[in-house]
Unconditional design. Structure first.
Length: 597
């Protein structure tokens, strides 16, 4: 009986072994594995995260492939960049699908990288991992980073579209313009925009600086054929946030709008992102968000966010900004949620406006500084600035853009005098200035010639005279046709130079309560040195050069800012007799210089 029992046990074990052995033999052996996508490591580039296995492969990777730096075994994150001269390992854990297995000998497996030359990497080791009947294989690909890439590739994932868009090679750090998608859209769809690897979205025509390989994925949306696009969202009603007041929820849209407000109107404290209740009050100096979601009416859809404009209908755009516009609600034609941003100010906010001119050496000089209530107009200073050899050509921004004054001011503003150079130096002769009222029927050409003859003996090579007219109707001024001079005609801040026989007809209509002054200036065409401004008994000559000039005003302003004026400085530059040097002294010195040059 014992022999029979032992025999049965032996036969059972033998049968089990055969069954197990038969199972191994029945599985299909995988002899090679490969990865698609991904980029060869280059110095200065981040690690690639776009590795994939081929479609239909009998294996997959059990975790996302990653890089480590060989000498330290430190893992390389997406924020790191490869360093020149270092060795890196790409670690990939391959797992067989059900019914498949890897060879018993780890080195019988042949790993490759599909789009990278075999000369650019090597295999350090292949290790079994994961345990179990059919263990995984962990492959260590070795890269020796020796140089930065000179070029990168921009590739296109058509995401279900049909057709071909070939990869584009772009030089490192060069700007690249995103192209239109030329693929045929899936049925019932149309192209919306491109999606980057970090899930950000980008539109055709946008520009990017290429610092690594780029993969752009097409995004498709339901077709808008037969629908009307909405390019502007306008919110009406409501009140801007003010310190001490509660949030306004009375915002609405015009009845003619092709969209509606959906959901609740929300106010948030931007810093904490907490919602405000109807009883909370705004605090001065803090930023708040007004969040409103808009839904397109049937037959309409919103343009992409980059082509969509959002505004508050009854308020100047300087009183708010658009923090962001997001798609929301899903569906075929999604809603848009707009975040309007405000900074709460007190009821009366003043904005500083500085008017700058310059001296003959081009040094920047503060002419006037004024404070105006936020949103109210600033006026041009009178009289306007002067500069020897130049005619004032209006006020401009720091970028050289000419501005029209008066204009409303919403922030700190600097304005700079613009200049037009005369053919010769200009020296206003105050002694030969007269002002008369001239009948509109006067023959101005004859009248001007008579005045010219009257002052002929007083005119020197470097000087000129100007005559001022006022009128209550239209006025024409004609230039001289002498070969050795030309006339500059000035109206307010505008100057027109007319040479030889050119005729400039200048017409300006005025009302009964307005007088417009026209200055006719004769200017020598010979370049000469202008006369030296007189000294005002030493008073105001802060740079001690023997004359009072525009630089003295600049010195006064610098002493005021630094608060380091000496007793001697005060005795010379204290024009308003208040025993100190301040901005007013700078203004008085500048005014004296302009009226005595």
């Amino acid at each position: 009986m014992k022999k029979i029992s032992l025999l049965k046990i032996f036969l059972f074990l033998l049968l089990s072994f055969c069954i197990l052995n038969g199972n191994v033999k029945a599985d299909t052996v995988i002899n090679s594995v490969t990865l698609n996508g991904g980029d060869i490591p280059r110095a200065g580039s981040p690690p690639s995260t776009s590795w994939t296995v081929p479609a239909g492969a009998n294996y997959y990777y059990s975790s996302q492939p990653y890089f480590i730096e060989k000498s330290s075994s430190n893992r390389i994150t997406s924020e790191d960049k490869f360093e020149n001269g270092k060795i890196y390992l790409l670690v990939v854990n391959f797992k067989p699908k059900e019914g498949y297995c890897f060879p018993e000998s780890v080195y019988a497996l042949k790993p490759t990288l599909n789009n990278i030359s075999s000369t650019d990497y090597s295999i350090q080791s292949i290790n079994p991992s994961g345990g179990g009947t059919y263990p995984n294989r962990t492959v260590y690909f070795v890269f020796n980073v020796t140089q930065e890439a000179d070029t990168y590739t921009v590739s296109f994932d058509l995401n279900g579209g049909t057709g071909t868009m070939n990869p584009v090679t772009v030089n490192k750090n060069k700007e690249y313009t995103i192209p239109d998608c030329t693929a045929t859209a899936p049925s019932g769809k149309e192209f919306s925009r491109w999606i980057c690897e970090d899930s950000s979205q980008i539109n055709p025509g946008d520009k990017i600086t290429v610092t690594s390989n780029v993969i752009l994925k097409a995004r498709w949306r339901d077709s808008t054929q037969g629908k009307t696009a909405i390019n502007t969202i306008s919110l009406s009603g409501g009140k801007l946030p003010k310190a001490g007041e509660t949030p306004s929820y009375s915002w609405n849209i015009d009845s003619s709008a092709n969209y509606s407000i959906t959901g609740s109107i929300i106010w948030k404290d931007k810093a904490t992102y907490n919602n405000l209740s109807s009883t909370d009050t705004f605090q001065e100096g803090k930023r708040y968000l007004l969040i409103v979601t808009f839904k397109p009416n049937d037959g309409y859809y919103f343009l992409n966010n980059d082509k969509l404009t959002a505004k508050l209908k009854n308020y100047d755009s300087s009183s708010y900004s658009i923090n962001q516009i997001n798609e929301s609600g899903g569906g075929t034609y999604p809603n848009r949620t707009v975040y309007y941003e405000f900074i709460v100010q007190s009821d009366i906010v003043y904005r500083n406006v500085c008017f700058y001119t310059q001296n003959e050496l081009g040094k920047k000089l503060l002419m006037k500084s004024v404070d105006v209530i936020n949103g109210q107009n600033v006026e041009a200073p009178r009289p306007g600035p002067t500069l020897i050899g130049f005619s004032f050509d209006g006020w401009r921004t720091e970028d050289g853009i000419k501005v029209t004054l008066p204009k409303p001011i919403y922030s700190y503003t600097e304005l700079y005098a613009g200049w037009v150079k005369y053919a010769g130096y200009v020296n206003y002769s105050r002694q030969s200035t007269t002002t008369e009222k001239v009948d509109s029927n006067t023959n101005l050409a004859e009248y001007i010639q008579g005045k010219k003859d009257e002052f002929e003996e007083e005119i020197l090579d470097y000087s000129q005279y100007y005559h001022t007219f006022s009128c209550d109707s239209y006025l024409n001024l004609f230039s001289s046709n002498e070969n050795n001079c030309y006339y500059a005609k000035k109206v307010g801040d505008e100057v027109t130079n007319v040479e030889n026989t050119q005729i400039d007809t200048l017409k300006r209509q005025t009302t009964e309560t307005t007088t417009v002054y026209y200055e006719l200036v004769k200017v020598s065409k010979n370049s000469v040195t202008p006369p030296t401004p007189p000294v005002y008994d030493g008073k105001g000559d802060l740079d001690r050069n023997g004359v009072v000039d525009a630089n003295d005003a600049s010195v006064a302003l610098e002493l005021f800012k630094a608060q380091n004026a000496t007793t001697e400085d005060v005795s010379i530059g204290d024009m308003d007799s208040n025993n100190l040097i301040d901005a007013n002294d700078a203004s008085l010195i500048l005014e004296y210089y302009k009226t005595h040059q």
